[in-house]
Design a protein around this ligand. Sequence first.
Ligand SMILES: [Zn+2]
Length: 456
Amino acid sequence: MRRAYNSGSWEKARKYAFQIIDQPKERELARSVIIRSYWNQENIAEVIRLNSLWDNEFEELSLKAKYASQKDNYPNAEIHHPRILKLHSTQPIPQNIRKEWNDDDITDNFWQEGSRLWMVHPHGNTFWDMPEGFSLSSTHPDLLRLTAEILLYPWEKSTLQPLEGSRKLGKMPALAFSAGTDSTAAALVMPEQTILGYHRRNFESILDHRNADKLLEHMKLDRGKKVVDISSNHELIRTYHYKQIGFSSDFACATHLILLADHYDIGAIAFGMPLDNTWLSKGRKFRKFDETPYFRYWTERFLSAGIELFLPIAGLSEAGAMKICQDSDILPYLNSCLRGDGEKGCGSCWKCFHKNGPLGRLFDFQAKEIQTFLRRKPLPTAIHALWALQILNLESEVPELQAFLDSDLTWWTSSYPPAKEILPLRWREETWANIHHYLSPMEIPYPVESVNLYDE
Ligand SMILES: [Zn+2]
């Protein structure tokens, strides 16, 4: 029965299971094989029927089946996956104070219990576990308003409120540090005293923190960096709006640093946003990033809260960031693959192709995800993927991309000089000089300015 089940012969496995189901010692296993084999065959009705016949012994599977059946019948229905419902119901809850969402006074939605900072939102509570000594009462209200806007604005229009603008610019630079290649490169070119703020999901997910932990230790112990490691569940806010777990918006990865700005005297928050998403739109079309409403709005908004928006690698591509990491001997602590085992990458995901491949790490070019992504139109992470194909000498494997591969992309690892002008003045020269310790500047005419892969 086991052998049949493990080899995917569902009918055969069930046949054996039914033969032993009446033996008390075998009953549990037999039932499990039967119901799971139906689940594997997507026989949803049978899963639900057997679970109720067997006293709800397979509740979790049955919930998944009910979810699948609703999704089948009503593809656009807004229903939560059982895994999300379980996460919602197992989150910590405030001990002493319960608040209702207040859309008049946004700052009233925050309170503190010990070192835990709470924020109520229209669908529940979210929290950050702050360092010892953090005090909400000495945190400027604009920092709370900015946090609420970044986490809730897409849905709660009331969070878009004027800021007082009375917080003085702090002295310290900080970086929203994800432990990936881009933010590691940012950490390496930013001023020595930069605070690295790591956001840690408080709940289990496919995201593995082991790679990040290794790098955080290295940054702390070997490189003497100040690392702030904050647990939070704010990535669940999106799920109340039937979206996947993740950041509500681009700057959500820094809400812990915004909230800690007064605690650490932070006056600039940096993001490892590379050229692919700044002067290029979606990695494939040039735009004047410094003139976009996005850049202007957020620069102004952060500044009103006494924080400069710091984009240290906005003028370098993902490939430039990789080169910086490679040249500073930090690679043993770094792996961008999210499906690795804490040591190596999985070798078959898109990141293993375009981030690990050019670093000389093994990957399977024929892997399904890599081949699927290469055939997508438009090509994801476009210029960077083309550069990776050239570096890896794989051009002949992708005849359909030939037209894009004619021009030489070696410039992709050099810096784009106009990006220097958006760096905060007080750290501009230092950061730019650090970048040029690793990379050379692009030559005029800057090749990135003519990128427009799909004539958009
Ligand atoms: Zn991988």
